[in-house]
Design a protein around this ligand. Structure first.
Ligand code: BG6
Length: 474
């Protein structure tokens, strides 16, 4: 199904996100034949950064040339380029934007839908939403909102109030690009399309869950953003808790957005407020010397924590979440650790101490990702000795990936189609900030870790008696 005719307005069109992800993403959708049959893209930015239509096209071509997996040339590019225009927008002078949107709508004819993508810094957010309300542009429109959705509960509530003054919740698409990754959808397929996994997806069989997103990259020149944000707000409240929602949810009654989101929000309702005693905040050595970083900075570049769900399915099963910058590897893993068999019938030496990592199911949601079941087998030979074994499924090579979309692309398409399944809802995001409040009030001090390591030493104590499934011993 192709989306209805659309005018897409990209606020923050000259910014970093538009260059790296959004303009390339729109171009990929166009090449894949997934854009509406008739559409226009209007770039927008404050008057001080205004571009002419031609300049915006050149800007988009450069961005796509640098960041896209496709080259901006040939027929596909020529057709895409023609859809691009620019209209500056300042709260005092929205006229250039209004003119550009009107011109785009006239070119399309009829009543195309409007989709506003707010890729703007939080400080600019209220004024852009106000402008959309005051000018009437918000009518017949949907809005994509970029993270961060606030920095604590009061700011998230204020942000939601600003949005709801102009848009109905059904028109709001809070985007979290992790939820556009293929393997996130695949958690649903794995759990609910098979008879194999769901029966053991609970406290009776699972001892603990790990949601592990270490990053190899540092802060990459984003010190201004990062100093005021830190890893907990940048990664955990948005990406990691979102994944947790899909891993932990009850089977929804249908795959419709409202049913899925109801179940995800119920997970957050049962999430216990975070206990600072079960949080490790880390900072890589050298962070304080980065340009733009306060030499006494207490901002965390790493966080690992234990979360608990007070519900029937997960009671007593800790969820360990970890993410950080400048770590040993960049990975995206969800690991379910299975309980030990009730009876140890194998001789102790068969287990060979701690080399054996036991049973687990590892969902790797790197692009393209895969799924690994880990278990123990008997080593060939006369003695009963156990050895680690794996059954592995890789996306790469299993499918024709010609149709694969990146997170942002998938989600922009869903927003055009009006499908909110993979977007966060206001009540969910507010609940997550509520749960975070004890940690935000009394954050434990940051602990140093060496760049290239897996984080501060205390993360081993945090997860004991279990072990992090990374680094993989094999
Ligand atoms: C972004 C964060 O939302 O996600 C970045 O702001 C982080 O700090 C990035 O690096 C990670 O995304 P991915 O898809 O590269 O894992």
């Amino acid at each position: 199904r192709r989306p209805d005719p659309h005018v897409i307005v990209l606020f923050g069109a000259t910014g970093d996100l538009a260059r790296r992800k959004l303009l390339p993403g729109l171009f990929h959708l166009a090449v894949a034949g997934l854009m509406p049959e008739h559409y226009r893209v209007v770039g927008s930015a404050p008057a001080a950064e205004a571009l002419g239509d031609e300049e915006f096209r050149a800007h988009a071509r450069d961005a796509i040339g640098e960041f896209s997996r496709l080259e901006p040339r040939g027929e596909a590019w020529d057709a895409f380029e023609k859809t691009l225009g620019f209209g500056a927008a300042d709260p005092e002078d929205p006229q250039p934007l209004l003119d550009a949107v009107r011109a785009a709508e006239q070119a399309l004819g009829g009543r195309p839908r409007r989709l506003f993508h707010l890729a703007v810094p939080p400080a600019a957010f209220a004024s852009v939403v106000g402008l959309l309300g005051d000018t009437g542009l918000a009518r017949n429109a949907r809005v994509i909102v970029e993270k961060p959705f606030g920095t604590d509960l009061p700011s998230a509530q204020a942000l939601n109030a600003t949005l709801h003054a102009v848009f109905d919740e059904s028109e709001v698409f809070r985007i979290d690009h992790f939820l556009g990754k293929e393997s996130v959808d695949n958690i649903l397929a794995l759990r609910f399309a098979n008879g194999l996994f769901e029966p053991i997806w609970n406290r009776d069989h699972i001892s603990h869950v790990q949601i592990d997103v270490p990053e190899e990259i540092g802060i990459e020149g984003r010190s201004r953003f990062f100093e005021g944000t830190g890893t907990f707000r940048d990664m955990v409240v948005t990406h990691l808790f979102q994944l947790m929602g899909f891993v932990a949810m009850e089977p929804p009654t249908t795959l419709e957005a409202h049913a899925l989101r109801d179940e995800k929000e119920k997970v957050y309702q049962s999430l216990r407020p975070l206990d600072p005693a079960h949080v490790v905040r880390g900072q890589y050595t050298g962070y304080r010397d980065e340009p733009g970083v306060d030499p006494h900075s207490d901002t965390e570049t790493f966080v690992a924590l234990r979360a608990e769900l007070d519900n029937w399915r997960w009671s007593g099963v800790p969820f360990f979440l970890r993410s950080g910058k400048s770590l040993a590897q960049g990975r995206h893993l969800v690991t379910l650790g299975f309980r030990e068999p009730v009876l140890r019938m194998f001789p102790l030496d068969a287990h060979r101490g701690s080399d054996l990592r036991g049973n687990g199911l590892v969902i790797d949601f790197d692009d393209p990702g895969g799924i690994t079941a880990r278990f123990l087998t008997k080593e060939p030979g006369p003695a009963m000795r156990l050895e680690n074994a794996e059954m592995v499924f890789h996306y790469a090579g299993s499918y024709n990936e010609e149709h694969a979309l990146e997170g942002y692309e998938r989600l922009i398409l869903d927003a055009m189609l009006g499908d909110q399944s993979l977007f966060t809802r206001s009540d969910g995001i507010e609940r997550l900030w509520e749960v975070a409040t004890p940690l935000l009030r009394e954050p434990p001090p940051v602990e140093p870790y060496a760049p290239g390591s897996w984080g501060p030493d205390r993360i081993r104590q945090l997860i004991a008696p279990y072990r992090w499934s990374l680094p993989d011993p094999h």
